[in-house]
Ligand binder design. Structure first.
Ligand SMILES: Cc1cc2nc3c(=O)[nH]c(=O)nc-3n(C[C@H](O)[C@H](O)[C@H](O)COP(=O)(O)OP(=O)(O)OC[C@H]3O[C@@H](n4cnc5c(N)ncnc54)[C@H](O)[C@@H]3O)c2cc1C
Length: 536
């Protein structure tokens, strides 16, 4: 017997409260999703008698397991690695880095230092992930994502000297404001602006660019001082502004706008002690079986159940797990190599998605950057290493972890093709451009080429149907197919979100999948269907 949509929602609301009805309604597309979604809240008895196997213990798999368990499902999580977190991975002294085709590395950072090899920052509006940090008691601190004391450097610009971010930002703004004021005064914008607008814009430009009375840019205290104001008669001395020509010659000038991107805006966060505090907190909260070293080899679904065959990498034994539903969060490029009886169109959609490139290289170093008043933030060098990212914690300690490379895309592909020793040398040289004389201070490198990391082999997807964007598009038939349930199998994970390079994407994809399962289970209970699958 069919159940009307209204009755169905009413029933879900009655058992699960507003949160459950809300999540199902947004899943069914009946409600516009507001900027801040309500926390997922499934009814505690929703999954009674139902088994779910979750494949992959990254953030998506952990969210799914945690929520299903609370909704009364019997859940088993299978994770191929000997740790949880997936791309959420923190390296410390003693951590092992295995990369396909490279010698294994054992990290030897000083005590207390760590490197977030994957995710390292959380924007304020990633409320799904921040909500779990709050609920699971993960202490957060501010991640200093941008510093006006950091630097931009580009070959041949400014006589080879880096430019301080504050000078790049303010001098560029000053010159552009002066030019715009000139254009207005010459009447060049009379067609675009009314006389009243012009009258208001000129004083604003004077403030915006810190122009003098004649509307000329002669330098600004915002760009920094050659002498800071001090005691008694010590006056501040402004810097001579850089010419617009010198500024434009710096290929990294556009990075003065890096922190304007919504996902990079203050306030950003990081968990105290490393990003892997998040999977550790999920692990503490989850009581269901979480099996590590469980490498999924085969997925078979039949009308009555899904059966997953997996290798216990610790003992070499092969085992199976049977369930009513499988949530598959394994990255698509890895899933493409796993034996399954998925429909040919689904298999083709999975195999169609190559993954991209991204590298990080970290060093243990004395905190020489603090002598230049750099406390956190990012300096930009371009090229294959792209940036130098300073630690946001441990200020004034003896040593810190300096991330001397974080780059993605084509430049990351070419860096990863080089021998590791060469990658390290290039990263050191880049630090030397920014901080002359300090390349030699960098020691104990850790190199992570994500394209070579087993069980990921890439940082995020490059969807073919969407012009190799990392986000899939609903216009792409493959992306649409993988976002829909496939029999008893639900594909999930950050790659099935519009935030594939953010943990928030993993959280939102997992919650969307849970909404789909909740709707199905509620509907099947309401229509009297659904016998649970017998365990293997
Ligand atoms: C370099 C880099 C920087 C990033 N920076 C940020 C950032 O600053 N902030 C942010 O929020 N996000 C960032 N991200 C993105 C974020 O890490 C991911 O979006 C998110 O962690 C993905 O979670 P997931 O669960 O979807 O996938 P994954 O974490 O990849 O989880 C998939 C799991 O499946 C497992 N698996 C694979 N094969 C098998 C198998 N055969 N059997 C069983 N298990 C298997 C894997 O081991 C893994 O644990 C970054 C990612 C990278 C790579």
């Amino acid at each position: 017997m069919g159940l009307s949509r209204r009755k169905f929602l009413h029933r879900i609301g009655a058992v699960g409260g507003y949160g459950a009805a809300y999540s199902v309604m947004t899943t069914l597309g009946l409600m516009a999703v507001p900027a801040k979604a309500a926390p997922l809240q499934l009814p505690a008895t929703l999954g009674a008698g139902k088994r779910v196997v979750v494949l992959g213990g990254g953030i998506a798999g952990l969210v799914a397991t945690y929520e299903l368990e609370r909704a009364g499902f019997k859940v088993t999580l299978l994770e191929a690695r000997d740790r949880l977190g997936g791309r959420n991975w923190t390296l410390r002294n003693g951590s092992k880095v295995e990369m396909v085709g490279e010698a294994d590395q054992t990290v030897s950072f000083s005590e207390g230092l760590y490197m977030n090899a994957g995710p390292a920052r959380i924007p304020s509006h990633h409320q799904g992930l921040l909500g779990y940090c709050d609920k699971l008691g993960v202490p957060l601190e501010v991640e200093v994502n941008a510093s006006r004391s950091a630097l931009i450097w580009s070959e041949g610009s400014n006589g080879g000297q880096p430019i301080q971010m504050r000078q790049g930002v303010s001098d560029t703004r000053g010159h552009i404001s002066e030019l715009l004021a000139k254009a207005i005064r010459k009447g060049a914008l009379d067609q675009e602006l009314t006389a009243a607008d012009r009258e208001k814009l000129l004083p604003f430009l004077r403030f915006y660019g810190d122009l003098d009375e004649s509307m000329a840019f002669k330098g600004s205290e915002r760009s920094g001082m050659t002498q800071l104001p001090g005691a008694g008669p010590q006056l501040s001395v402004k810097r001579t502004p850089l010419s617009l020509k010198d500024l434009l010659a710096n290929e990294q000038l556009r990075q003065t706008l890096f922190e304007e991107q919504l996902v990079q805006q203050a306030t950003m966060f990081q968990p105290v002690g490393g990003m892997d505090r998040i999977p550790a907190a999920f692990e503490r909260a989850i009581k269901s079986p979480v099996i590590r070293n469980a490498e999924v080899l085969k997925i078979r679904q039949a009308p009555a159940a899904v059966t997953v065959a997996w290798l216990d990498r610790a003992s070499g034994a092969e085992r199976t797990t049977r369930a009513d539903f499988a949530i598959v969060t394994i990255p698509l490029n890895i899933l493409a190599g796993i034996d399954s009886n998925f429909d040919p169109a689904v298999k083709a959609a999975i195999a169609d998605v190559p993954f991209g490139y991204s590298n990080k290289i970290g060093f243990d170093a004395p905190r020489f950057w603090e002598q230049q008043q750099i406390y956190g933030g990012i300096s930009w060098v371009g090229g294959e290493t792209n940036m130098v990212w300073y630690p946001s914690n441990g200020m004034h300690a003896a040593r810190g972890m300096l991330l001397a490379c974080y780059a993605s895309g084509d430049v990351a592909k070419s860096l990863a093709a080089r021998p590791m020793a060469e990658q390290i040398a290039i990263a050191k040289t880049a630090v030397g451009h920014l901080h002359p004389g300090h390349a030699g201070d960098l020691s104990r490198p850790a190199v992570v080429n994500w394209s070579k990391i087993p069980f990921n082999l890439g940082p995020w997807p490059a969807w073919v149907g969407s012009g190799r964007a990392s986000e899939g598009s609903m216009v792409d038939a493959g992306f649409r197919l993988l976002n829909a349930p496939h029999g008893r199998v639900y594909f999930s994970g950050a790659h099935l979100s519009q935030l594939p390079s953010w943990q928030e994407g993993a959280v939102s994809a997992a919650q969307r999948t849970l909404g789909l399962i909740a709707a199905r289970v509620s509907q099947s209970a309401a229509t009297g269907g659904g016998r649970p699958a017998a365990p293997a």
